[in-house]
Design a protein around this ligand. Structure first.
Ligand SMILES: Nc1nc2c(c(=O)[nH]1)N[C@H]1C(S)=C(S)[C@@H](COP(=O)(O)O)O[C@H]1N2
Ligand SMILES: [Mo]
Length: 388
């Protein structure tokens, strides 16, 4: 008889953005980034150990965790290496195209309730999170688990969750079943999956995924320093038309999404002349902290030719998406406005219209209705920093 394994193979898979219609990415389409094989952990066998600089050690069971108050937050999760294949100077790592990003409603227990139960001592400076997945990397000696830390302020924020559900469904094994961390507004690497251990630590963590990988160079007053990938900067993507597409004379719809880390998106601008001039796009549907916003621009095309489309997002706080990749960022934080080359064929007619917006609203309403039937104990507020 074949031996039963307690892992499923490591997997990296993109969200098919070109087919995106909705504000929420369906679970089955949501990108996956796993460095090691995914451990298979049943909720009944799961416990969460909490130790380190705390007053009371805890070992929480699945039931104990779920008896704590719950919260839901809509969050865009993006891998810090998303878009790496678009860099002109190749950098090692997964050669992602644009799809290592997705947007979901995450539900679970705010981490702060568990940390409050444990009681942080004055020595604690960071909270360290261990996943149950282990493996090796070629530039590291021996086996390790996936581990990352957070500064206290972010760990204690009410929206930082020990998440057990994704779009109302229990987490599946690729996304961290049964419990993962969700760190809203930060690159995906902070949101440790298959969470099994939390430790309050007295010195900053320098583990593999925090000091060897997921770092970049930063210019400071005292020279160049190494910084750890954390909050996501502002970024937008053109989803349709695709690069190399042929369009017709008439109205052509340019559609995409934009996100700005902890900030809501303020505005999105579109250029139909390779970045010489910019016009304002229309934002569609909800605009919220941590969440991407869908946008569109109806482009009236009178004549044949080839041109370059670009989009540029500006956060509510005024941060502007860059047009170039800063080489100091290496293979991470790839947010520059990319060029979408299109050709207008004078023998074709285009009649895209805002009718699509209505379809989108109907679809979002249907998702909301379906969601309201689920036994979610959620607090939803529309204030800054409180999800949507
Ligand atoms: N335990 C564990 N957590 C992890 C990872 C991992 O390999 N192991 N990958 C991280 C990275 S780099 C990203 S981008 C996100 C991806 O989350 P997803 O697979 O649910 O989309 O999970 C993060 N959490
Ligand atoms: Mo990632």
């Amino acid at each position: 008889m074949e031996q039963q394994t307690n892992v499923t193979a490591a997997e990296n898979r993109e969200t098919p953005l070109a087919e995106s219609q909705s504000w929420v990415t369906p679970n089955r389409l949501f990108f996956v980034r796993s460095h090691f094989d995914a451990p298979v952990v049943a909720p009944d066998d799961w416990t969460l150990y909490v130790g380190g600089c705390i007053d009371r050690e805890l070992e929480l069971s699945w039931e104990q965790l779920n008896s704590l108050p719950q919260r839901s937050v809509f969050v865009t999760l993006e891998c810090a290496g998303n878009g790496r294949s678009f860099l002109t100077k190749k950098v090692e790592g997964v050669q992602w195209r644009a799809g290592a990003v997705g947007h979901a409603e995450w539900s679970g227990v705010p981490l702060k309730y568990v940390l409050e139960q444990a009681g942080l001592t004055d020595e604690a400076v960071e909270i360290l999170f261990d996943g149950a997945d282990t493996g090796t990397e070629k530039d590291h000696d021996g086996e390790m688990c996936f581990a990352r830390s957070l500064p206290l302020e972010k760990a204690l924020h009410q929206d930082t969750l020990l998440a057990t559900r994704m779009n109302g469904e229990p987490l599946d094994s690729s996304h961290g079943k049964p419990v993962r961390l969700i760190v809203p507004g930060w690159y995906g690497v902070a949101s440790v999956k298959w969470l099994k251990r939390i430790e309050a630590i007295a010195t900053p963590f320098r583990g593999y995924f925090q000091s060897k990988k997921y770092t970049y160079q930063e210019q400071t007053g005292s020279g160049i320093q190494t910084a750890v990938v954390g909050p996501m900067p502002v970024k937008s993507e053109i989803i349709r038309p695709s690069d190399g597409a042929t369009l017709g004379i008439g109205t052509n719809r340019i559609f995409g999404m934009a996100w700005a880390g902890e900030d809501p998106v303020g505005t999105v601008e579109v250029s139909v002349d390779g970045g010489l001039s910019w016009r304002q796009a229309e934002l569609i549907g909800p605009r919220a902290p941590y969440s991407w916003t869908l946008w569109e621009y109806l482009w009236e095309v009178a004549g044949a030719g080839e041109t370059v489309l670009m989009s540029r997002a500006i956060s509510e706080g005024g941060a502007v998406q860059p047009t170039r990749h800063d080489p100091r960022l290496g293979g991470y934080m790839i947010t520059f406005s990319r060029r979408t080359c299109v050709r207008v064929d004078p023998s074709q007619q285009s009649q895209d219209s805002l009718g699509d917006v209505r379809a989108l609203h109907l679809e979002m309403a249907a998702v909301a209705e379906e969601r309201s039937g689920l036994p979610l104990d959620v607090e939803m507020q529309f204030e800054m920093g409180a999800g949507i």
